[in-house]
Design a protein around this ligand. Structure first.
Ligand code: 0A1
Ligand code: ZN
Length: 879
């Protein structure tokens, strides 16, 4: 079958499995090229399935060495093999056992799915469908089994042997050269949560006692010599475990919890039961090799994977259409954890920036899909910002709509009722219907309908009646396969801001809920607020209460007033972003006539902000200083975009603000200089963020000064954050000094691949014509390899995110990335298809670039023997 002809898997075709597997006993003898897997399965007919149905076991790139049914070799006429697996045509209509042996070559597994080796360490990745690359199985999340796993290896090669659950036995084998370990996981789980690790690894550990009294040994395993960089991950683990006990009442449920860092990993990390496997980028940290952003990501991802133990593992998904059930909810939980650990408004702003740049752009292009898709060809292509980030926004809205208490009751009900099951979104929402007494049928539409709704708001003050009437209207543009859209339920948290702060919200309208939330659940509505002695400025969508685009009829002056007077920090930040966005959209379309005036207004507002009490929260101030990115402006323009014009406008505005404020920013930087040793804590990280944001503006507004400051900062820095910020600022200033700094940085970190990823990316993001040849040359750098996903994401992913250079007018950027996608597809389809996703906004470009991007996509799509992953993205991108 050609990959393009892969079957469409539909939600409505879901049927329970005809067979269940109660227990799995695995005996795995690790070897670099000939790993033996002996699997014993205890099967029985599923009462909810078809009696007498054949047993169809999934298998991918496997051949069985032997098959025994109830200990008797299975006659070859009784089964058949295909590229998809193994079918036993007429199995006994009762419980029986199967023993199957397979042989694997982990060293040759470049897809990094199933069992593979990463820098000599054996490890596995089974979500979504990697277990079938280890042994024949019912590889679907609603088949849950109890696993016992015996691992054997040469001691010298794999002194550490880990799997899920608790260690029940371990010993040397006679002769002393080999050893084994037996792990038992008492919690039934789907195959995608299986994991093993074997190798030479160092570790750090810490005992932990859960709130309900269980003693747990926590450990973080890393490559030899790197244990000194594992402390922050371990510390984060302890903090998030306590938080989950306190906030959600969730305790851990095994005697050990292991985290292992590997250097070759397709995604961020994986929540395997009791044995989380991480991309080492999200574990390793010390001041000179990890930035403040890395420390924050490690904390968030350690928490994310740990939180999956309840939202994902104890309660898993019935099928992969329900992916958001575990992912949206777990992202919501990790966002809340980070908010509690750090500054809540700053975390919200950062999350909304990510949502807009990744999810809104996905929702606006050919790859748009609902949070719960109804059909897919390749599930690995649905680990998307829509499922994760928009999925988390839906949980956040649910909480706003039903209120904190009902939300907490609903979560409690969910944990109790669905524990040990493979659940659906319907079952999840039912818990909240019951807890709140509210009908959530209309809210559920959010899971089905793709696209970002636009809310248009306008208001009118009646001085005589002392009333203010707010009109809200919603609409959603068509997305692939969904030409017609229904109105959705949009909670608009709002305030009315007067001269002296927030005015009281008085209205007889039933759409106004407690806490100042208007629920827009129709195409349009209007709400009248009374008893208002003055004309208010509306502050809408406070805290970004719904994942929508908001169009306001406020002028720049009113927005600037909100910036200084709104009680909602998110909307203070948003107000300034909106002023900048409007001017940049106009200039990005070719009308730059208002840009200088806007620059002056923004500079003035920022100047008084920075001189005032703003500096009590430097992390927030850093967010305020950062303008919307050029890609955000391109997305807002939405059609016939010329990236060079957009980028030029952005540079002009930044340079004007930076130039006007250079002196003040410089003084501010001095006042924020850290005196003590580096600490990744939120407060010093916030000060560094502000200092470095200021450096970027100075670099654009006063380049000579910017270069001087950057070089000085680089020379003096005792941490990676400040070194990277100096490098990033210098990349804005062409010339010999920049090239020297790039070279010095590269030498300094020649043996630190994770830092080199950032160095590669910083160069790949330079908005100059020379970047494509530079990137091509960097592919020959000794540290670069197409075989390592982090290197590819750093250099090639960085380039594909470079608005002007990926979208070069001559189309060479597209051709370059397309060629790499094709080359990479032969070894690692998942990384290749993600890279191809960089084309997701091609339709919004002006005609010349659009045609060239389309040609590159067609070239990829027409390549013979494409993986299902890449064929699917190519076809949908063109569809
Ligand atoms: N469940 C993981 C994400 C993940 C998905 C697929 C993978 O396969 C390559 C790996 C990880 C999470 O949400 O963290
Ligand atoms: Zn997850």
């Amino acid at each position: 079958m050609r990959a393009e002809d892969a079957p469409l898997i539909r939600l409505e075709d879901y049927r329970p499995s005809d067979w269940l597997i109660d227990t799995v006993d695995l005996d795995i003898v690790l070897d670099p090229t000939r790993t033996k897997v002996r699997s014993q399965l205890q099967l029985r007919p599923n009462p909810a399935g078809d009696a007498g149905a054949p047993l169809v076991l999934d298998g991918d790139e496997l051949t069985p060495d032997s098959i025994l049914l109830d200990e008797v070799p299975l006659d070859p006429t009784l089964y058949s093999l295909s590229s998809q697996g193994l079918t036993i045509h007429a199995p006994p209509a009762r419980a029986f056992s199967l023993r199957i042996e397979t042989t694997l070559d982990p060293g040759a597994n470049t897809k990094l799915m199933g069992l593979y080796r990463s820098s000599g360490v054996y490890c596995t990745q089974c979500e979504a469908d990697g277990f079938r690359r280890i042994t024949y199985f019912l590889d679907r999340p609603d088949v849950m089994s109890v696993y016992t796993v015996r691992l054997e290896a040469r001691k010298a090669e794999a002194p550490v042997l880990l799997s899920n659950g608790n260690l029940v036995a371990a010993a040397e084998l006679p002769g002393g050269e080999r050893h084994f370990a037996v792990w038992h996981d008492p919690h039934p789980k789907p195959a995608y949560l299986f994991a093993l690790v074997g190798g030479k690894l160092d570790h750090v550990r810490q005992p932990y006692v859960t709130a309900d009294g269980r003693k747990v040994e926590l450990a973080v395993y890393v490559e030899p010599g790197k244990a000194g960089r594992a402390g922050w991950a371990l510390d984060s683990l302890v903090r998030c475990m306590r938080w989950d006990e306190r906030v959600f009442g969730r305790n851990y449920d095994l005697d050990v919890f292991n985290v292992v860092a590997v250097s070759d990993f397709n995604m961020g990390a994986m929540e395997n039961k009791g044995l989380n496997i991480f991309n080492d980028k999200y574990v390793l940290a010390d001041p000179l090799t990890a930035s403040d952003g890395d420390y924050a990501s490690i904390e968030a991802i350690i928490a994310h994977e740990y939180f999956h133990n309840w939202t994902g593992n104890r309660i898993t998904c019935r099928d992969w259409f329900q992916l958001c059930l575990k992912e949206g909810l777990t992202v919501f939980r990790d966002q809340e954890f980070s908010s509690d650990e750090r500054s809540r408004p700053v975390k919200r702003i950062a999350d909304v920036r990510t949502l807009r740049s990744t999810q809104f752009s996905e929702d606006a292009g050919p790859l748009a899909h609902p949070v719960r898709p109804r059909a897919y060809k390749e599930i690995n292509n649905f680990y998307t910002p829509t499922v994760y980030e928009k999925g988390a926004e839906l949980i956040r809205m649910l909480k706003v709509l039903i209120g904190e208490e009902a939300f907490a009751r609903g979560m409690g009900l969910y944990f109790e009722r669905c524990d040990g099951t493979a659940a659906t979104i319907e079952e999840f929402l039912d818990c909240f219907v019951e807890a709140s007494g509210q009908d959530l049928a209309h809210f559920a539409q959010w899971y089905e309908q793709a696209g970002t709704p636009t809310v248009v708001a306008s208001g009118k003050y009646d001085a005589q009646a002392k009333s203010y009437t707010l009109q809200l209207a919603q609409s959603t543009s068509a997305t692939p396969g969904q030409p017609e859209k229904e109105p959705v339920v949009i909670p608009v948290a709002l305030g009315l801001v007067g001269q002296g702060g927030d005015l009281p919200l008085t209205s007889v309208s039933p759409t106004l809920k407690a806490g100042g939330v208007v629920v827009l659940d129709q195409p349009s509505l209007s709400v009248t607020f009374t008893d208002l002695p003055e004309a208010p400025t509306p502050s809408l969508l406070r805290g970004f209460s719904a994942p929508v685009r908001l169009e306001l009829d406020l002028g720049d002056n009113e927005l600037l007033r909100l910036f200084s007077a709104d009680s909602d920090p998110f909307n203070r930040w948003q107000a300034l972003q909106t002023v900048a966005t409007r001017a940049l959209v106009r200039a990005g379309k070719g009308d730059g006539s208002t840009l200088d005036a806007t620059a002056a207004a923004l500079a003035e507002a920022l100047s008084s902000f920075l001189a005032g009490p703003a500096l009590t929260d430097p992390a927030f101030a850093a967010q305020v200083l950062r303008l919307p990115a050029p890609a955000d402006i391109a997305r807002e323009i939405g059609r016939d975009v010329d990236p060079d014009t957009v980028h030029g406008a952005h540079r002009r505005l930044s340079a004007a603000i930076g130039g006007a404020l250079a002196g003040q920013l410089n003084a501010l930087r001095d006042s924020l200089t850290e005196r003590g040793p580096y600490s990744p804590a939120a407060a010093p990280a916030g000060r560094r963020a502000l200092r470095n944001e200021a450096l970027g503006l100075i670099a654009l507004g006063a380049p000579a000064e910017g270069a001087r400051l950057s070089l000085a900062q680089f020379a003096e820095a005792d941490n990676l954050t400040d070194r990277l910020a100096a490098l990033a600022a210098m990349t804005l200033i062409p010339g010999a000094e920049r090239e020297e700094l790039i070279a010095r940085f590269g030498e300094l970190y020649a043996r630190e691949p994770l830092v080199l990823d950032k160095w590669l990316m910083a160069q790949a993001l330079i908005a100059e014509d020379g970047t494509l040849p530079r990137v091509k040359a960097l592919m020959n750098h000794p540290a670069f390899s197409l075989g390592n996903p982090n290197r590819v994401r750093g250099l090639i992913g960085g380039f594909a995110a470079n608005l002007t250079q990926f979208n070069r007018a001559d189309g060479e950027g597209y051709g370059f990335v397309a060629d790499i996608v094709i080359a990479l597809d032969r070894t690692n389809p998942q990384v290749a298809s993600r890279l191809l996703g960089s084309f997701k906004s091609w339709r919004m470009l002006e005609a010349g670039r659009r045609a060239k991007a389309e040609a590159a996509l067609r070239m990829v799509g027409a390549t013979p023997n494409l993986s299902r992953d890449v064929a699917d993205i190519a076809a949908r991108s063109l569809g």
